[in-house]
Ligand binder design. Sequence first.
Ligand SMILES: NC(=O)c1ccc[n+]([C@@H]2O[C@H](COP(=O)([O-])OP(=O)(O)OC[C@H]3O[C@@H](n4cnc5c(N)ncnc54)[C@H](OP(=O)(O)O)[C@@H]3O)[C@@H](O)[C@H]2O)c1
Length: 305
Amino acid sequence: MKVAVTGATGTIGLAVVRALADRGDQVVALTRDPGAAARRLPAGAEAVCWSAPKEEPAPPEALSGCDAAIHLLGESVAQRCTDGARREIRDSRVLGTRMLVDGLRAADPRPGVLLGGSASGYYGARGDEEVDESSPPGDDFLARVVVEWEAEARRAAELGLRVAMARTGVVLSSSGGALEKMLPPFKLGVGGPVAGGRQYVPWVDLDDVAGAVLFCLDRPDASGPINVCAPEPVTNRRLAQELGAVLGRPAVLPVPAFPLRLLYGDMASIVTAGVRAVPRRLQELGYAFRRPELRASLRAATGGD
Ligand SMILES: NC(=O)c1ccc[n+]([C@@H]2O[C@H](COP(=O)([O-])OP(=O)(O)OC[C@H]3O[C@@H](n4cnc5c(N)ncnc54)[C@H](OP(=O)(O)O)[C@@H]3O)[C@@H](O)[C@H]2O)c1
């Protein structure tokens, strides 16, 4: 299989590219900086320049002849929430997806599948309510971005592609995402539950994100939104306890929401609000999770496995 991947140099992208390469698939990475990408990508992966994903269509010649496209690029949400950051977070996803679909339109022959990135932020803050792919969207900034982002990906279906969207939860990896930010205080023994700790974290192991993406690529009946999160979401308090246990450090110091909101603004809701998302579609399709248990996943993510 030949697969075009955007965001291939990111936390999820690299895991996906490695999994594709491991099974003998050919990877074409579309990146803003092919030189830097080539240094990070596994041997054999080709890096092609897509310098302005918000402004110009993805290069059709790089997409032509690919069997599938996996679209994972996006400005990081883990940053200070300024107007400029919000715009870039939205535009890189919404306009970036529009430009990818424009590139797909011009490709000949076109890939048969688009696996689009998405996020459990789609659901907004839902308290204890269990949500699956049939649940309606939330109404905060991130939820509105995800709704627009998915709508752009769906346009590829008009071109005859099968479109699936990986509504990914909080990925456990020491090289990116929420866990990377949590690790330093926990390692110093000053970590603990955030914002009361009762909110649910739709965590997912990085290997399962790559596993689920490849699974959805291969399954002709995988389409539409697909929650990519572990079968048992846990509360933030339990996540803190388990992380403390894995690191051999106490994890009892509560972290108030206020400084996080000050630092990350709307984006703080990823850890302060939470969502109890479950992977209904993946389970219906029969995906076998590699690390469905939190402690094993935290061990792997922190280098203990
Ligand atoms: N990690 C998580 O916990 C998580 C959870 C839910 C959803 N997701 C979503 O999954 C996707 C991949 O996540 P990730 O954690 O792998 O992201 P990441 O590590 O931040 O990498 C994203 C990649 O996108 C490209 N990129 C970054 N900023 C960009 C911008 N402003 N405009 C265009 N391209 C840009 C970069 O590739 P180049 O520099 O090579 O162009 C980068 O390697 C994102 O859309 C993210 O929202 C992630």
